[in-house]
Write a protein that binds this ligand. Sequence first.
Ligand SMILES: Nc1nc2c(ncn2[C@@H]2O[C@H](COP(=O)(O)OP(=O)(O)OP(=O)(O)O)[C@@H](O)[C@H]2O)c(=O)[nH]1
Ligand SMILES: [Mg+2]
Length: 336
Amino acid sequence: VTATESDVDSLGEAIRAGDRKALARGITLVESTRARDRERAEKLLTRLLPFAGEAVRVGISGAPGAGKSTFIEALGEHVTRLGKRIAVLAVDPSSRRSGGSILGDKTRMTALARNKAAFIRPSPSGTTAGGVARRTRETMLLAETAGFDIVAVETVGVGQAETAVADMVDLFLLLIAPGGGDDLQGIKRGVMELADVVVVTKADGDLAKAATRAVADFRAALSLMRPKFTGVSAKIFKTSAVTGEGIPEIWAAVEDLWKQFRGNGTLEQLRRDQARAWFWTEVRAVLAEAIEEDAKIRGKAAELEAGVLAGKALPDVSARALIRAFRGVDAKVAPP
Ligand SMILES: Nc1nc2c(ncn2[C@@H]2O[C@H](COP(=O)(O)OP(=O)(O)OP(=O)(O)O)[C@@H](O)[C@H]2O)c(=O)[nH]1
Ligand SMILES: [Mg+2]
């Protein structure tokens, strides 16, 4: 593949025209770790950046098996019936799981996968917080410029994954399966606080009663929490993929909240804050990479690290020494 300007140009044009194959190729390019691909990816993203921003960005998180994929499939079917286009990015942090859950997601979203108004893409796990790929934001950006009205990111709630996803979406949906320990006690307060909408899943059959109880419990807990945005406390719903209950109401609530946020400047402020955080995250990541890539500095880093491990030097002091060396302030490692 050649790294020509026109190559990236035509890919960008095709993505903007809504060409799904081009979008898939763009995402592959963005996810590539090869330096040459990265250069092209950055050109592509820079070109497309001005055309992003119109989509409703939603994060959908919850414990393994909470019903995220099933819910997204039902939501996707609903919104596409309303004439909207939805892109689903499934971040998979646990390739450990037998059979691979990406395959599972793909088969679980069978109807949506065949839906022309939907686009499903598994996102490989990254090395960053909770497995949320560093490039997920960029993938979202590509999907937006391809004309998707809704970009949904599914992620398994493990550790910091929720925070990472909440930092890249407009609205964060927390899914909870009733019973089975995935109850109020099992959910960390910090995660609850991220939620704009709490969805109790599997409200059918044997679990119907437990779901109703979970809604009451969570409603009580949420009423005691400080609203994420002034005056707006999290909404709570129950849903069932079997009966279809709740899906239209949940979508209506998401859309209402989004319109409200866009109307009163909350969305603009949120996205500005996210862009700032993204920038500084990248500053740290790029700096760490630059240190990694520089053989001389890597040696210095290993030396300093050894001192820290031996209990002879403070991490803070050693970190400063490393940065001084990196900047060429330290004569011993300064470039000739
Ligand atoms: N009865 C019932 N079962 C459900 C419902 N939603 C999901 N399930 C079942 O719960 C299991 C897990 O559903 P998924 O949608 O794959 O859950 P997930 O959160 O995406 O799972 P991971 O991505 O593996 O973390 C599957 O066996 C589903 O059939 C529901 O509304 N009612
Ligand atoms: Mg899933």
